[in-house]
Structures are given as C-alpha cells and as structure tokens.
Write a protein that binds this ligand. Structure first.
Ligand code: NAP
Length: 329
C-alpha cells in the first residue's frame, strides 16, 4: 500500500536550532546503527522509518559501516526512500559518516582525505541520493593531520556531496581545534555527535562548553545507554533484546548494581508520569546546548514511547538532585 505520511507530523514534534546555523533538527533523531541491516526484517525497518517520519522526525543518521554487513543499512535506507519517501527528500536531513574500518587496505579506515572522499561516494551510491545533508568524521585519527581531515570535509561540501559537516567522538580540545580549522576554511562545523546519557557523562567536562561557545550543535548518541535506561531489563534479559543479539551491549554489563539504579530511576520516572526511556531522553534535552537526541529503536512501539518524552522536559531541582543521588548509589 502506498505510504501516506501523517499530515499533522510537524505539529507533534519540536524543532531546535543546530548551534548558530540556519538548520533546525527534530528534537529526536533516528539512528540506523542497529535494526536496519540485512540480518534484520526489512518490513520492520521500513515501518520504523515511517513511524519516525509520521512523528515529525526529520533527521535520519547513518554511517558507511552500519549493518551488518557494513553498508547494508545505507542500502536498505536507500530502498525505503526509493519506495516511499523520495517525494519528501527536501523534508529529510540524511547523515552519513566515515572513520571506522570499512574496506581492506590502508585507504578504508580512519581520517585521510582519500578515505573520506571515496567513502562518501560509496555511501551516496548505496543510498541512491545525490547528496547527504550532514557528513561526519566518525572518530578522531591520531595519525592524520587534523588539517587534512578537515580539508576533506571542506572539499566534500564544495563538491556539493554534503551540505553540512560534523565531527563525532572528538574530545573537547580536539573538537575546538577542528572547529577552528573548519571556520578558517569557510565550512563551519555544524554539529558534534558524542556519546551521552545519564550513565556516560564525559561531555559535561568541557565539550558542551566548547560547543556552546562556538555555536556548534550537539546530538548525543546512545541516550538510552543502548536500552539500559528503559524498563526492558528490569525483570531479566528479554530474548531478542540488544543484550542477546550483539557484542555492543554485553549481558555482563547488566549487573545487579546497575539494575538497582535502573529500578530506582524507573520509580522516579513513574512519579513524573513518564516511562524511564522518556525521562532519560528529557534529562538530556533539558540542556539548550543539545540540538537533538539520537535514538535507536528495534520496533515502532519503542519510538512511539520515546517521542512522548516531549510531553515533559522540565525537571524540578529536587528531581535533578534525586537523579544525581540515585546515579551515585
Ligand atoms: N557516532 C558514533 O560513534 C555512534 C555510536 C553509536 C551510535 N550512534 C548513533 O546513535 C544511534 C542510537 O544509538 P543506540 O541505538 O545505541 O541508542 P539508544 O537509544 O541508547 O538505544 C536504542 C535501543 O534501546 C532500546 N529501546 C529504544 N527505545 C526504547 C523504549 N522506548 N523502550 C524500551 N527499549 C527501548 C532498543 O533496544 P532493543 O534492540 O534491545 O529492543 C533500541 O534498539 C545509532 O543508531 C547511531 O545512529 C553513533
């Protein structure tokens, strides 16, 4: 059946300006790291993308290596676009990245100009799009001069293959240097993509200050700590959950100490009339230096739950203090 997007999608979502740029992103963005590879059910993947778009999510985040196998998430996303979203290309922000191992030999990894330019060409082919909206360097490369990596991003924009560029996993000082170099080249850094959740707080030690000062947006990934900051593991590890499916979230990480914290956070979320997932997302969005939270979902119902975080983004001082004390317990 022909997909018809929800006509009220833009009334349901909030849009936040990305740093000091002209672009606004949906407060929630959908990441295609897991659940969109060839090992996954294509119709379920397609349903998740449609549900996201129906909720007003405009931003879809990919990378060259997402799958498995690497590259297959971009191929499947391209198929979804071709089958049902090509008429809406101008309503979408599509991101891709390069920086991790993608192909054999010395030119398929890290941060050389050779790798980044070739990788984006491959991503465009896989997705069947003429350009991406945002292209990221996925992780810092200690062995390539930062000037070279940034000049690759600058070149890609001048070639018209990306409209904006970003960096991911750069620490505060590295980010500051990259932002300065890009500014000098005339291609401003639009956004930074760091890991950030109640369980992973490193960005608070300087990075958010740099981004705020420089007017660069911030889109935290894994805001639900891959599912830990939801109610799903409270009563055991459900079959089919990420902890049973791949190596990125190991069963051993779900310790009794962690579950104790998760249960207490869940109680607090319920007092706020939220699910734990909603509270964990709202907790990140409370900072106005955050542009969007980058969530994953293995089914549409999770997305519908997560999007409801927008109903309550406010925290009282007491609630924030309580969260800190639970996290330290
Ligand atoms: N730049 C980088 O280096 C980098 C690294 C990692 C990720 N990312 C990006 O960030 C995106 C999000 O990462 P992530 O998938 O780790 O994010 P996440 O939102 O922390 O975790 C998503 C997982 O949590 C569970 N979940 C989501 N919503 C739920 C809900 N409402 N209730 C219960 N469970 C729920 C699902 O797990 P189950 O599968 O168990 O159902 C889902 O797959 C990625 O897709 C990617 O685009 C970027």
């Amino acid at each position: 059946m022909l997909y018809q997007p929800n006509l009220t999608r833009y009334q349901q979502m909030q849009y936040r300006r990305c740093g000091k740029s002209g672009i606004q992103l949906s407060a929630l963005s959908l990441g295609l790291w897991h659940n969109f590879g060839d090992i996954d059910d294509y119709n379920n993947s397609k349903q998740i993308v449609h549900t996201a778009f129906d909720c007003g999510i405009t931003h879809f985040d990919l990378a060259n290596n997402y799958g498995p196998p690497p590259g297959s998430a971009e191929i499947n996303f391209g198929k979804i676009i071709k089958e049902s979203l090509s008429a809406y290309r101008d309503e979408l922000i599509i991101s891709s990245k390069a920086g991790y191992t993608m192909w054999d030999g010395p030119y398929g990894d890290w941060g050389s100009k050779k790798y980044l330019v070739a990788s984006l060409d491959q991503s465009l082919k896989r997705m069947g799009v003429e350009y991406v909206d945002i292209f990221y360097h996925h992780r810092p490369d200690p062995n390539t001069p930062l000037e070279e990596t940034m000049s690759a991003l600058d070149l890609i924009v001048r070639q018209g293959k990306a409209l904006y560029v970003g960096i991911s996993n750069y620490k505060a000082q590295e980010a500051q240097q990259a932002i300065t170099i890009l500014k000098q080249m005339g291609t401003p850094c639009l956004i930074h993509q760091p890991k950030y959740s109640m369980f992973e707080r490193w960005v608070e030690g300087g990075l958010l200050d740099v981004l705020g000062k420089e007017g660069v947006g911030c889109i935290p990934f894994s805001p639900l700590a891959q599912g830990l900051l939801t109610n799903k593991y409270i009563n055991g590890i459900p079959e089919g959950s990420r902890a049973t499916r791949n190596a990125f979230l190991k069963k051993e990480q779900i310790t009794e100490e962690k579950l104790h914290i998760i249960r207490r956070l869940n109680d607090l979320a319920l007092q706020r009339n939220q699910s734990l997932a909603q509270m964990a997302l709202a907790w990140i969005l409370k900072d106005d230096r955050i542009t969007s939270v980058l969530i994953g979902a293995s089914r549409s119902s999770q997305l519908l739950d997560s999007v409801q975080c927008l109903q309550n983004l406010d925290f009282s001082k007491e609630e924030l203090t309580q969260i800190e004390s639970i996290l330290k317990s």
